[in-house]
Design a binder for this molecule. Structure first.
Ligand SMILES: [Zn+2]
Length: 208
């Protein structure tokens, strides 16, 4: 699968972000190792645009455009995974999870917390239960996944004033990353999976 001589950097040496079963980043590994994990069935590839997960066979079937990070192999090209999700790993000490867009989508199971629809990640939004204009915080307890229609219907109004009910009370999940994400090869597609403290690390590194 690797046509390059030993010692030369290839796309197989590029970094891939590894998530645990709860979609929390746990470490960064070379694409080579990530593909082996997927091939062995220990992990799935996460499509960072659709947030859909694929096993090895499913990932092989994904179309690859000419500029994509891809690996040549006898059957053609295989896209280099940017993010993989471990299928069994959840041995993480229990602390409160860092808040991120992807973690919130996962907590709410990609379901609008008002009407219960599941239109897909690209059509879901994050709603502040107590609107930001009224001092509502961006937190596990005040944010829920909402479809665009419910979010627009609610607008800046308090729930008590309109006919919308939350399906469950929002709360922090019990996840923990323990992740050192300092890397010079940070991928933009990872941002949605990262805790906000990780994003600050990136900005600090980029600034000097
Ligand atoms: Zn809805």
């Amino acid at each position: 699968m690797d046509p390059n001589p030993p010692g030369r950097r290839t796309v197989l040496d590029d970094p891939a972000l590894v998530l645990n079963r709860s979609w929390i980043p746990v470490h960064v590994t070379p694409v080579r190792r990530a593909l082996i994990m997927v091939f062995r069935g220990a992990a799935n590839v996460v499509d960072t645009a659709s947030l859909q997960v694929h096993d090895f066979g499913g990932w092989l079937g994904q179309p690859s455009h000419s500029r994509a990070r891809a690996i040549r192999c006898p059957g053609g090209r295989i896209l280099a995974p940017e993010v993989v999700q471990l299928r069994g790993y959840d041995k993480v000490p229990v602390f409160e999870a860092p808040f991120s867009r992807a973690s919130l989508f996962r907590r709410d199971d990609f379901q609008c917390q008002y009407c219960g629809c599941r239109p897909g990640a690209s059509r879901l939004t994050i709603d502040h239960v107590i609107p930001r204009s009224r001092g509502g915080r961006t937190s596990w307890e005040n944010c829920v996944v909402a479809c665009a229609a419910c979010n627009a219907h609610k607008g800046d109004r308090d729930l008590a004033r309109i006919a919308l009910r939350l399906r469950r009370r929002p709360a922090a999940p019990r996840w923990s990353p323990h992740l050192n994400l300092r890397t010079s090869q940070w991928l933009d597609s990872w941002t949605q999976f990262l805790p906000r403290s990780g994003r600050k690390t990136r900005v600090a590194a980029a600034g000097g």
